[in-house]
Design a protein around this ligand. Structure first.
Ligand SMILES: [Zn+2]
Length: 222
């Protein structure tokens, strides 16, 4: 690991030695999500923690086609969403990624705009989506039985996530058992202690959404 550098104006910079590898992994996962139809066009965004202290996040830049995602499309940002490494504008939802990392201690955050997560985000009116009884639930971290009851909170969409991030952080602290949440008419957020765990969870949740959606049709109601 490189020693931490000190900028002339006194800021301590995090070591970015793990950044190139994380950028490659994020690009691979982004293209995988595109290929699965979960992040078409420029939709979706993906991040991984480079350093916890000070908090530094590798995250996709905005307006990049996820089917063409390359490591050069990933930047490292600090907790104030300032770019420390790389070029481009961090995703507009970077504030949400930082809120999840802070409230969950997550090492990686993945966000998709799939057909099924969009449909199911509008299928209930009680503020959450409940999934239970499926063997695939055991793919979620810490779940040991198909009898597990997964309750995913559903939050309203906004175009100002910087302003909404404190409410999201509070919601996540209120629901410590949730493995993800949905944004109404928008998509899914999930996370993990690292990218491998987050990738597994997004695959499990997207599978379960498709099962529920196909089983009950688009008029699905809880
Ligand atoms: Zn989004």
């Amino acid at each position: 690991m490189l020693a931490r550098a000190r900028w002339k104006h006194g800021l301590t910079l995090p070591s970015l030695t793990t950044f190139p590898a994380l950028a490659r992994q994020l690009a691979d996962i982004g293209r995988h999500c595109y290929e699965r139809g979960w992040a078409l066009g420029t939709s979706g965004n993906f991040s991984a923690v480079v350093s916890k202290e000070p908090l530094t996040l590798a995250i996709t830049t905005s307006s990049v086609d996820k089917g063409l995602l390359e490591p050069a499309h990933i930047v490292a940002i600090d907790e104030g969403r300032r770019v420390l490494h790389g070029s481009g504008t961090p995703s507009a939802e970077a504030a949400l990624h930082l809120a999840i990392v802070r409230s969950r201690g997550a090492g990686a955050v993945l966000h998709t705009h799939s057909v099924w997560s969009t449909i199911l985000s509008e299928a209930t009116t009680d503020g959450s989506l409940t999934i239970e009884g499926y063997e695939m639930l055991k793919g979620l971290e810490g779940v040991r039985s198909h009898e597990h009851r997964e309750r995913l909170p559903i939050v309203e969409n906004t175009q100002n996530w910087a302003a909404a991030a404190p409410q999201i952080e509070a919601m996540l602290r209120e629901h410590p058992e949730a493995h993800g949440f949905l944004i109404r008419g928008h998509g899914l957020y999930t996370w993990g202690k690292d990218l491998a765990e987050a990738k597994r969870q997004i695959e499990i949740l997207e599978f379960l959404f498709e099962v529920m959606g196909r089983k009950r049709g688009v008029a699905w109601q809880q």
